[in-house]
Each structure stands twice: as structure tokens, then as C-alpha cells.
Design a protein around this ligand. Structure first.
Ligand code: MSP
Length: 517
């Protein structure tokens, strides 16, 4: 059976991770968890991109061997993703032998097929960007833009991959596969880019200039260009006997940021695969960027960035995950600010969700001796809440299928607020004071209804805040099923469950220690 195969970009390990790297992994984790709950067998890959000029320079600056430098930083990235609860199945590092072997195999294959040739190259080279520049990259006054750093003229003999020969194939492929790139407008940008003739891709770097890379199998004086090396991770992690495993490949989604769509993922990668006789991935999911206030870019090198661990230490993993997913419309950009974080934390998590959990558990504990009663009647308030549940569930699932997670969360929180209103309306504390048998029936029904609604609401939040869902289920005395098809029906599975009181979720940051979610 073919797995649902999901990947993220592999991060450069030339600095510490920031909120942008964390976002991509959490977003992909939400997709992975959602698909698993929907019944798919998921294979989820993340990893680190460890070769190239920037890494070599980073190691030299610190006076340590490159391998030691990448071991340290890769461990830092991995520890962050473990802390964030990213449920990856494999973590690939491009310095691992299992990866290098496949890069060499693909290069050799392309070389044998005549897709790679050697030529003299003269041009202006940017060390910072690790690329040769073109005349069109110059500013109107003839100088080079800041982002390229120091630019020098080089004449070099190098190896080239015949990208141009596949330009028409790629255009045709994109035209006949309209769903290749999500969001759709990005596919148009790629076609726009392909209106200009492609240059063949320089896939080597002379070893005297760059040591830290994978030597070309057919010429040991050169190492592989870092993008050619990095892209191969998506197949090297699932390689078996000359091809990616059929139960994994083609990948269902490569999740990447908008900066690395054109040309690496939308042009080099499909062409590399096609030339090597491998099918392209099914789709690319392109997310936008987290920016600082005022639209400023974050940067590993300048340190102008938001540290994910700082927020996680103060507010807990789930609050951090919730914020990232609630505030970003996948595909667009979003600005980060602590004020916004706090306002989401207080309104959605502490007020709406945290309060409800606390009240529901306390009331059921107090008025029903800690055991969930069976519902006994179905009146207008119960009927309304159940109808709202059905709509919320169906809409949220279809929004998640279209990657509109922010909107799915918004719908779910609307349902959580409706549970709060239901509790106000039924006022169990008043019913508990009455000795009328009819009021006792209503009380038991109200307690059963609100605990069941709470179970369903937090289940829908599981892909985004899995730790919280698990805690609430434990407090409800409930062991959830692995699949949503068995879990999202309104029912009576909680009847008789023994509640664990005293769960405090999302305490006010001023007054409380950080939660351990
Ligand atoms: N190593 C390459 C990817 C190779 S994939 C075969 C790379 N690494 S990176 O560390 O610079 O970026 C990793 C991912 O993080 C990219 O998808 C990038 O778009 C994403 N982000 C980096 N900064 C970001 C934000 N500020 N916001 C959201 N995502 C951002 O590119």
C-alpha cells in the first residue's frame, strides 16, 4: 500500500532555527496528524541540509571542523522539532552515507546518459548566494544588489546539467497538471518564469574553492552544487535498489516556503527526476513567510528573528502551535508580534477553551459524583448544539483538506464558545439546587451534553494541539480511537466515565508557571 508521503524543506544548518523554520515543520505536522486521523498511512520526512559554502564558512568562523559544526547545529534543529511534537517518521541529514550514495548514483546515471557535460564558464560569482550572477541581476547603476555580498569575476571549468533541453517538457507538464502547485497562483508564477529560456544548471564546484560537499562520482576534483545535493533528500530517504520505493514515492506533498519554489523545487527538481527516469512528486505546497513587525524579514545571520523556544518555555508547546496555525493563512505572509500572541492566548486558549474545560470538569465532578451521567432528554438547546456540531465537524474537515487550517480552528472555537453558552443557558448550578425530578433529569442531561461536546471539540483540535487533546481526554476518563471516523460522532461513549478533576489548561501568563504541555 502506498503511504501518504509528506516532506518539509531540509533546513540549512548554518545558524539557529527561528520561528519560520518551526512554522513549516508544525504546519506539515498538522497535515500529517490530520491525514493519520483520517485513516491514511503517513510517512513524514524532515531533515537538514548540511553542505555548501555557507556551512564551510560558518565552521571556519568558529574554528571547528565542518562535520562537528553540522553535528552541533543539526542536533539543535532536531531537538527543537522534538520539543514541538513534530511527529516525523524519518530525519535525513545530507552528510549521511545513505544520502550521499544516492546523489552519486543519480549523478552517474545522468552523466552516463549524456545529460551532464563539462564547459568553461566565465561569470560574476556571489559567494554569499553561492551562485553565478547574470547581467539582469545588476542594479541600474551597474553595481550588484546588497543581497549578493562580495561579487567577483571567475573563469572556471565546471559540469552542467542540460536543464534547457527539458523546458518544453516542464511547461507542458505544468499545463497538464494544474494541481501541481498549491496555492494555484504560484503555478502561474512558474509558467511566467519559464517564458524566458532556461540556462543549463551548473552542478559542480571546484574542490579548491569548496571542499564541503559530495564529490562528483566521475570527477573527484569537483563537489556537487548544494541544491542538486539537497533536493535528492526526498528520494534518498526512501531509496531501494536503484529507485525510490514504490510504497512511498511519488511524494504527495513537498511543503516548502515561497522563496525556494522558483527555480529549485518547481524547475530543477521535476527536471532532474524526469531526466533520471523518476516520476515527479504529486504536489508542492508553498507557504508564506513569518515577518517581523512592519514586514521586516527574519534572518539567521543578523539574529533579527523570533526564538521559538522562548515562546514555548513561557506559554507551552500547544499555545505556540496554536498561534502559528491560527494566525497564518497557508500561502500568505503573516507578521509576528508578542501582543498578537498574547491576545490569541488569552482569548481563545485561556478564556474559551481553558475555562470551559475547567468548568465542565468541576461541575460534573461536583453534581454527579465524578462520573459522567447518561443524557435523558433531547430538548431545543441540546438539539441546537448537536446540529452545530455536525456542521462544525463537516466544515472543519473539508477546510483541513484544503489546507485552510486557520479557518478550521476558527470554526472549532465557535463551537467551543457555543458549549460555553449552552452551559450558561442550562445553568447546572441552579438545577443542582432543585429537588424537582424534572430538574434532576435536565441536570444529568446538561452534564452529559457538555462533556460529550467538549470531547468532540477537543478531538477536532488534535492535529494542532495534540498534547491538550490528550490531557482533556485523560481528564474525561476517555481513551480515544486512532481514527476520526470512530471518534467524531456525537454519542454516549462517555457515559459512566470517571472524571479526573483539577485540570488547568493555559493559565494566565502573569500569574502562572509555564504549563508543561
Ligand atoms: N536548505 C534549503 C532547503 C532545501 S530543500 C531541498 C533552505 N533552508 S532554509 O533553512 O533557509 O529554509 C528552510 C525552510 O524554512 C524553507 O522552506 C524556507 O522557506 C522556510 N523559512 C525560512 N524563513 C522563513 C520565515 N521567516 N517564515 C516562514 N518560513 C521560512 O532553504
Amino acid at each position: 500500500m502506498k503511504s501518504f508521503y509528506l516532506t518539509t524543506a531540509i533546513d540549512y544548518v548554518n545558524g539557529s532555527p527561528h520561528i519560520g523554520h518551526a512554522y513549516e515543520k508544525v504546519l506539515t505536522d498538522v497535515i500529517a496528524r490530520f491525514r493519520r486521523l483520517m485513516g491514511d498511512e503517513v510517512f513524514f520526512l524532515i531533515g537538514t541540509d548540511e553542505h555548501g559554502q555557507k556551512v564551510q564558512m560558518g565552521a571556519r568562523k568558529r574554528g571547528i571542523p565542518a562535520q562537528q559544526f553540522v553535528d552541533n547545529t543539526a542536533a539543535e534543529f532536531r531537538a527543537l522539532y522534538d520539543r514541538l511534537g513534530v511527529s516525523y517518521d524519518d530525519f535525513i541529514r545530507t552528510t549521511e552515507e545513505r544520502h550521499q550514495r544516492v546523489v552519486r548514483e543519480i549523478l552517474q546515471r545522468l552523466h552516463d546518459q549524456g545529460e551532464i557535460y563539462r564547459a568553461e564558464y566565465r561569470g560574476f560569482y556571489s559567494t554569499r548566494q553561492e551562485q553565478f550572477l547574470q547581467e539582469k541581476d545588476r542594479l541600474p547603476d551597474g553595481s550588484w544588489p546588497e543581497i549578493f555580498g562580495e561579487v567577483t569575476e571567475l573563469v572556471e571549468s565546471n559540469y552542467f546539467f542540460k536543464l534547457r533541453a527539458y523546458q518544453d517538457w516542464l511547461i507542458d507538464y505544468l499545463r497538464t497538471h494544474e494541481d501541481f502547485i498549491f496555492p494555484r497562483f504560484r503555478q502561474k508564477q512558474v509558467l511566467e518564469f519559464l517564458k524566458e529560456p532556461l540556462n543549463d544548471l551548473c552542478i559542480s564546484r571546484p574542490r579548491e574553492r569548496l571542499e564541503w560537499g559530495i564529490p562528483l562520482p566521475f570527477d573527484q576534483d569537483f563537489v556537487t552544487y548544494v541544491w542538486f545535493d539537497a533536493l535528492v533528500n526526498y528520494v534518498s530517504a526512501v531509496w531501494s535498489e536503484g529507485a525510490p520505493r514504490a510504497d512511498r514515492w511519488p511524494a504527495d506533498f513537498h511543503v516548502i516556503g515561497k522563496d525556494i519554489l522558483v527555480p529549485p523545487h518547481a524547475v530543477y527538481w521535476p527536471i532532474m527526476l524526469h531526466a533520471a527516469g523518476i516520476a515527479p512528486p504529486k504536489s508542492l505546497l508553498v507557504h508564506g513567510w513569518w515577518l517581523l513587525k512592519g514586514g521586516q524579514k527574519m534572518s539567521k545571520s543578523t539574529g533579527a528573528a523570533v526564538d521559538p523556544l522562548d515562546l514555548v518555555d513561557r506559554f507551552g508547546v500547544d499555545a505556540f502551535r496554536y498561534f502559528l496555525i491560527r494566525e497564518m493563512n497557508v500561502g500568505q505572509d503573516s507578521e509576528f508580534s508578542v501582543e498578537l500572541f498574547l491576545s490569541r492566548y488569552n482569548s481563545d486558549l485561556a478564556n474559551d477553551l481553558g475555562n470551559l474545560v475547567n468548568r465542565a470538569l468541576n461541575m460534573a465532578g461536583r453534581y454527579s459524583a465524578g462520573v459522567v451521567p447518561a443524557p435523558e432528554v433531547l430538548e431545543e438547546p441540546e438539539r441546537e448544539l448537536q446540529a452545530l456540531w455536525s456542521r462544525t465537524r463537516d466544515e472543519a474537515i473539508s477546510l483541513c483538506e484544503g489546507f485552510q487550517f486557520h479557518a478550521a480552528l476558527e470554526r472549532t472555537l465557535t463551537f467551543i464558545k457555543a458549549i460555553n453558552r449552552y452551559v450558561e443557558q442550562r445553568a447546572p448550578w441552579k438545577l443542582a439546587k432543585s429537588s424537582e425530578p424534572a430538574d434532576q433529569v435536565l441536570l444529568r442531561t446538561a452534564l452529559a451534553t457538555m462533556t460529550e461536546a467538549l470531547r468532540l471539540g477537543v478531538t477536532l483540535l488534535a492535529p494542532v494541539i495534540p498534547g491538550t487533546t490528550a490531557k482533556v481526554n485523560a481528564a474525561l476518563g476517555h481513551t480515544p480511537a486512532l481514527k476520526w471516523s470512530d471518534e467524531l460522532q456525537w454519542g454516549t461513549s462517555l457515559t459512566g466515565a470517571k472524571l479526573q478533576p483539577g485540570l488547568v489548561l493555559f493559565p494566565r501568563p502573569e500569574t502562572a508557571k509555564p504549563p508543561a504541555v
